[in-house]
Design a protein around this ligand. Structure first.
Ligand SMILES: [Mg+2]
Length: 272
């Protein structure tokens, strides 16, 4: 393969991996705080880039902690029909089919059952839609979509920090993984946002991945080019061999993607 090395800024040690115009590209992106503004969920800055990618035949694979129902309700706004990855790497969906990398939720709930006697927590499965609305600040329909989970269970932890550590350890011994989010402790199978990317490696595409939080690290690592999007709250994601945006959220996304597409000589959108 005679790839033209991509060198943007100074910190891109994976530059040998990528790529020239003849090589297929794929963009894999987190949603919240990356493609969507963390505060108001806006995404206007990315739309011209999505047009440009569309015309060049570069797919956008959304890789989110959200559910399938949540992304299906949103993706029309992005004009996106590409495959997508949901529930933190638990399933890769394409059309009506899903390739599962995680653990079915029923199994997760079975594993949690005996632990309820020892630890205090409340999960989505114990909650009414009204409670989920209260926890998340979502409206009813969005809360229903968020509750439509197949491979993970978000918990509100009501016990001590010490017990939380012990609980996570026990779940790990039982073949599950826990992820600490802002509001919830997420319980899922042995997967992460990077695992489904191996599936695409059967193809020949070079992967550009963009994310902003620790649950994106596995995805950034599995990509040919990892991009860290700056956070408005000043949080800095520690990662090696990545590109970094200076602007935050969708503006940062557009900033770095413009650099990359320019560098690879991908033509501007004619829809400009
Ligand atoms: Mg995020």
């Amino acid at each position: 393969m005679s790839g033209v090395p991509l060198a943007i800024g100074t910190g891109c040690a994976k530059k040998e991996a990528v790529a020239d115009k003849s090589m297929a590209l794929m963009v894999v992106s987190d949603l919240d705080g990356t493609l969507l503004d963390h505060g108001d969920y806006s995404f206007d800055p990315v739309l011209p880039i999505l047009d440009r990618m569309d015309e060049a035949g570069i797919p956008l694979v959304v890789n989110t902690s959200k559910t399938r129902a949540e992304w299906l309700a949103m993706r029309g706004d992005f004009g996106n029909e590409d495959p997508f990855i949901v529930e933190n790497g638990s399933a890769l969906c394409d059309g009506g089919d899903c390739e599962v990398f995680g653990t079915p939720r029923e199994e997760i709930l079975e594993t949690l059952k005996p632990l309820r006697a020892k630890y205090r927590f409340k999960g989505y499965s114990d909650a009414t839609i009204a409670e989920i609305m209260e926890w998340t600040g979502l409206g009813r329909q969005s809360a229903e979509r968020s509750a439509d989970r197949h491979y993970s269970e978000p918990l509100v932890w009501q016990d001590s920090e010490e017990n939380e550590e012990e609980f996570c350890q026990l779940l790990e011994e039982r073949g599950l993984t826990t992820l600490r989010g802002g509001r919830f402790l997420h319980v899922l199978g042995q997967t992460d946002k990077g695992k489904p990317l191996a599936y695409f490696r059967k193809g020949e595409a070079a992967i550009i991945a963009l994310g902003d939080r620790p649950n994106d690290l596995a995805m950034l690592k599995a990509a040919d080019i990892g991009v860290v999007i700056a956070s408005p709250d000043g949080f800095v994601l520690e990662a090696e061999d990545v590109l970094r945006s200076t602007e935050t959220g969708p503006r940062g996304w557009a900033e770095v993607m413009t650099q990359i597409l320019d560098q690879l000589n991908i033509p501007q959108s004619t829809n400009g």
